[in-house]
Design a protein around this ligand. Structure first.
Ligand code: PMP
Ligand code: GLU
Length: 432
């Protein structure tokens, strides 16, 4: 009966939505929480959520402004747009003005609305973050997946981009470049950014530079491609990752003046849908974007911890014969377990989805399959979000540590769940 009903609902769905499932990142989180409610153990390496608390002064600011109840301007609170522009000048070293900043309820929503208002194909490398493709599909945009190779850190190359654009040079296109990358943790050298920028300029591409993890480049050396393609780059960012505030839902788009017509079009859609971003959150975000010594220290320690974990996990995964680009930023890794292909097949596991299901059932480790990021289903790549640890405790321990570079012992003491997850996975692969 239930099945019949769901079929009836299904055939009445818009064709662009039919067949889609809830976003993989959110689905794995709910599945992991269900396991916890059923008293089953789970290592939550599925959803990519910052483990660190929101800096104290930003929380205090939210408390202070909780009384702010009026609808704010559609494009965002003027003082916040100013703070984001100042942040861009200070941190990204680009010319930036408040009238070119758009505030939204998460950069995810802004990326969606941009795709809605701009009539162009979407070009994304494989692997790419789980939501770009479904967003384009919901809107009915054509998507070009650009193949990449592991040996090159799964990076988009200027040659491949040129190859796609050359076939129809005048075609309107949006390219999304996300670095440090979700799912690989890789980033781009300045030379590579310049080369990609050249191709983007040649074909007048609207380039969304998704720099939501820029502030957690492990060396603090993130460089925005907007410096090399200022006229066509929209920087996408927000509070979710560097400020630990994913659930607050605040995203920012930084436009070049030449693309302000796109921002205006987006704000029409915003005005007819979400109206404006939550007022108290916008006030608190001013404190975050203005920065302070203690926010800089919070970031320094966050990076130091993430770097130590990335190094620790890399050595554990290498022992498991996984191959992957070395993470340089964010909190993700994208290991490939093809080494075990025959053994996995013998166990009836043929896809990354089946591998994830087996790992969750048999080891309690929640991960996401590479196919959710646009990889071929039978490639045994997985996305691992190394976030299952107490970020507040780790920050306090890192603040007390005298080590310039945090060693494995730090990870073993402060990120015990990650250590156990690695041990469980190691045993599982060994027993195949
Ligand atoms: N881009 C990437 C690469 C992401 O991983 C995420 C997930 N937080 C987003 C954009 C969207 O972030 P938010 O909507 O929280 O700003
Ligand atoms: N971006 C995060 C991830 O990739 C989760 C949040 C989301 O997908 O909206 O896991």
């Amino acid at each position: 009966m239930g099945k019949k009903n769901s079929t009836i609902i299904d055939i009445n769905l818009n064709l662009n939505v039919r067949g889609l499932r809830p976003s993989a990142t959110l689905a794995i989180n709910e599945k992991s929480n269900e396991r916890l409610q059923n008293c089953q153990n789970v290592y939550k390496l599925g959803l990519g959520q910052s483990p660190f608390p929101v800096p104290n002064e930003v929380v205090e600011s939210l408390k202070t402004y909780a009384y702010k109840k009026d609808y704010l301007p559609v494009k965002g609170l003027p003082e916040l747009r100013q703070a984001v522009a100042d942040h861009n000048i200070r941190v990204n070293k680009i010319d930036s003005r408040p009238e070119n900043i758009l505030i939204g309820p998460g950069s995810k929503e802004l990326i969606f609305i941009l795709q809605l208002v701009y009539y162009g194909d979407l070009i994304i490398p494989t692997p790419s973050w789980v939501s770009y493709f479904p967003q384009a599909r919901i809107i009915g945009r054509h998507v070009n997946w650009v193949p990449t190779i592991k040996e090159n850190g799964y990076r988009l190359t200027p040659e491949k981009l040129d190859l796609i654009c050359r076939t129809d040079p005048g075609r309107p296109r949006i390219v999304i470049l996300n670095y440090p990358s979700n799912p690989t943790g890789s980033t781009y050298t300045i030379d590579r950014l310049k080369e990609v920028a050249e191709v983007a300029r040649k074909y007048k591409i609207v380039l969304i530079s998704d720099e939501i993890y820029g502030m957690i480049h492990h060396q603090g050396k993130h460089v925005s491609i907007a410096r090399f393609y200022p006229e066509g780059t929209i920087i996408s960012s927000g509070l979710s990752k560097w400020c630990g505030a994913g659930g607050w839902r605040l995203g920012t788009f930084t436009f070049p003046a030449a693309l302000n017509w796109l921002m205006d079009a987006m704000s029409i859609v915003a005005s007819e849908t979400y109206t404006a971003t939550s007022a108290p959150i916008q006030y608190a975000a001013i404190t975050a974007f203005n920065g302070s010594d203690s926010i800089s220290e919070y970031l320094r320690l966050s990076r130091k911890i993430l770097k130590a974990i990335a190094r620790y996990l890399s050595s554990r995964l290498e022992k498991m014969h996984a191959t992957f680009p070395k993470p340089e930023g964010a909190f993700y890794m994208f290991p490939d377990f093809s080494y075990y292909k025959e053994k996995l097949n013998a166990k009836g596991i043929y896809t990354s989805v089946e591998l994830c299901d087996a790992l969750l059932d048999e080891t309690g480790v929640a991960l996401l399959p590479g196919s959710d990021f646009g990889r071929q289903p039978d490639e045994f790549t997985l996305r691992l979000a190394y976030v299952d640890f107490n970020g507040e405790k780790a920050l306090n321990a890192a603040a007390l540590s005298k080590e310039e570079i945090l060693q494995d012992a730090f990870v073993e003491t402060n990120c015990n769940r990650l250590v156990k997850a690695m041990r469980n996975m190691d045993e599982w692969f060994n027993a195949l």
